[in-house]
Design a binder for this molecule. Structure first.
Ligand code: TEU
Ligand code: CA
Length: 550
């Protein structure tokens, strides 16, 4: 059998961050039985693929992105049997599962690291990246993503080890070919259990060059090609997405266009438009909308017939998209507008749990509410920094902190939002009384039903999957409009990204006969060349070939 590269292209992925999705056993923590109980819900939404954030055994220093055993489900989430049952039952709903593969680093509790720490001559020593002190200090002054240094000194053996994230997440040494062998084993184990594939955590970092303080290098491609050949190539229906925060369009083509590495990657470029260039996520500024459109356009046109896009605005590391892009006064219209703008593009859309009901950021008032290591470390490091201080730190955390996306899923207005019968491990957003699945699903005009409609359109209309892309009104500071084209059919998408009424005029070269309005977030009845758009209004217009000669 050979891998099929197209089978998933009309499908939408739903990301589950298990700790906060649904608690099945009443301990306040989401788990696999909870997920199983919600399969009918995902099926109703039209979901055919799940990306499941890590459920493996872990001390949870980074909420599961620190794995202590790749073959065992953490008891917090259930048992291996529960996981096999999830895979099996999901299939009955025509849903396939992608697991998270976190192999840039392990937990410090992983047996390999425990062994490696025993002595410089331990057979596992070379599984990790060690270096002697240089002038009594760390070999480089590279920052880690979570800490001021990416090196931590190990007293007992007198060397530093490298970690791109926390010091409890030591990086694996990908120059050691044994790591590749271990990763084939892990992947083949889970593929044999029936999962469809993997979301590969910070996969570009496996090509890092620590001594040059480089997080990435072209080495990654050779490694991914080897992985592909040993795990994916001979299986028909697999799917992979690599998390590649530093990738440009060119890189994305190398990863996804050659059919020998990954199916697609998550670029980050479009989500850097509200931070000061080069200063990192906490240096927030007003969102640069023109740049946002430019970046989306580059990825859409750049990957057309040369690779494959993943489409997302939210995940477990990002703030809630409605809080980031939309005036809260217009939450419902705005949530639908963002969804329509994204879901009519070419690529694979990802819906992050709660996005489909327009869940919002939390409002953190005290560090006692934080659970995320990145937020906690940022707070500690910058609270007394002369240029930061408590107030600015809290503003940044409320805008960008990862726990915004990690509060419990709001299922109903019942106690704890229907997420659990017990007190949840992290505070639930008090707005669950209004914003919840039960309310939203019941109303035909809801965000949920709008998502359902969009997910359905992708399955019905090949133009969404195959059409090309052209940006319209490039320099307009409020309108995001684009035209897709496929086999003589056109798809015109118009979104008002502002909280103001806006007039618009559809360009003359777009013929407006034979049109069907296929999505709209207001009760629009009439399409005309000149229209007045309401705040955050969005619409998609399908334009068929004129049947009569004009
Ligand atoms: O995130 C990768 C990553 O680059 C993060 O630093 C990301 O940019 C940051 O969270 C944004 O705030 C992945 C996982 O998605 C994340 O949850 C993990 O903490 C991280 O890898 C380490 O495994
Ligand atoms: Ca539980």
């Amino acid at each position: 059998m050979e891998k099929n590269f197209d089978w998933f292209k009309e499908k939408t992925v739903y990301q589950i961050w298990p700790r906060s999705f649904c608690d099945g056993n009443g301990d306040g923590i989401g788990d696999i039985p909870g997920i199983i109980s919600k399969l009918p819900y995902l099926h109703e939404l039209g979901i055919e693929l799940i990306w499941l954030s890590p459920v493996y055994k872990s001390p949870m220093d980074d909420m599961g992105y620190d794995i202590a055993d790749y073959f065992t489900i953490d008891p917090l989430f259930g048992s291996n049997e529960d996981m096999y049952q999830l895979i099996h039952e999901a299939r009955e709903y025509n849903i396939e599962i992608m697991m998270d593969l976190v192999v840039n680093h392990t937990s410090d509790q992983h047996l390999w690291f425990q062994e490696a720490c025993k002595s410089r001559h331990n057979p596992y020593r070379n599984y990790y990246i060690w270096h002697d002190p240089v002038d009594g200090k760390a070999p480089t002054d590279q920052r880690s993503f979570f800490l001021p240094s990416s090196w931590t000194y190990h007293e007992a053996t007198g060397q530093y080890y490298y970690h791109a994230f926390s010091n409890r997440q030591p990086d694996l040494n990908w120059d050691n070919s044994k790591i590749l062998e271990e990763v084939y084993k892990i992947m083949n184990f889970w593929l044999a259990k029936g999962i469809a594939g993997f979301r590969m955590d910070v996969i570009e970092l496996i090509g890092k060059i620590p001594l040059e303080a480089k997080f990435t290098s072209p080495k990654v491609h050779d490694l991914l090609q080897k992985i592909f050949r040993h795990t994916l190539e001979k299986r028909e229906k697999t799917i992979t997405v690599g998390e590649t925060g530093g990738a440009t369009v060119k890189d994305a083509i190398l990863y996804s266009g050659k059919h020998n590495e990954l199916d697609m990657v998550f670029g980050f470029e479009h989500l850097t438009v509200d931070e000061e260039a080069g200063k990192g996520k906490w240096a927030i500024k007003n969102l640069d909308f023109i740049k946002f459109k430019q970046i989306v356009t580059q990825w859409q046109t750049g990957l057309y017939k040369k690779g494959w896009n993943s489409l997302y605005l939210s995940n477990h590391d990002q703030p809630r998209q409605v809080s980031r892009f939309i005036d809260p006064q217009h939450r419902v219209a705005g949530a639908k507008m963002l969804a329509n703008t994204l879901h009519m593009l070419q690529g694979t859309p990802y819906v992050y749990q709660g996005e489909e009901i327009g869940m919002t950021n939390f409002n953190f008032t005290s560090p006692a509410q934080f659970k995320d290591i990145e937020m906690l470390n940022f707070y500690k490091e910058f609270i007394n920094h002369p240029e930061w201080g408590k107030e600015r730190v809290m503003v940044a955390i409320n805008a960008k902190g990862r726990d915004n996306a990690r509060t419990p899923m709001q299922w109903s207005s019942d106690i704890h939002g229907g997420f659990s019968t017990a007190n949840p491990w992290i505070e639930i957003n008090p707005n669950y009384l209004q914003i919840n699945v039960a309310n939203d699903r019941a109303s035909p005009d809801s965000i949920f039903n709008f998502y359902r409609h969009l997910i359905g359109l992708r399955k019905k209309l090949p133009i969404i999957t195959h059409g090309n892309f052209k940006l319209l009104f490039k320099d307009d500071p409020q309108i995001f409009a684009y035209l897709r084209k496929y086999l003589g059919q056109l798809l015109l998408v118009i979104s008002n990204f502002s909280n103001q009424d806006r007039g618009i005029e559809i360009p003359d070269d777009i013929c407006l006969t034979n049109i069907t309005l296929i999505s709209s977030n207001y009760c629009r009845k009439q399409i005309s060349r000149r229209m007045a758009l309401a705040p955050y209004e969005t619409m998609s217009i399908l334009i068929d070939k004129p049947t009569a000669v004009r």
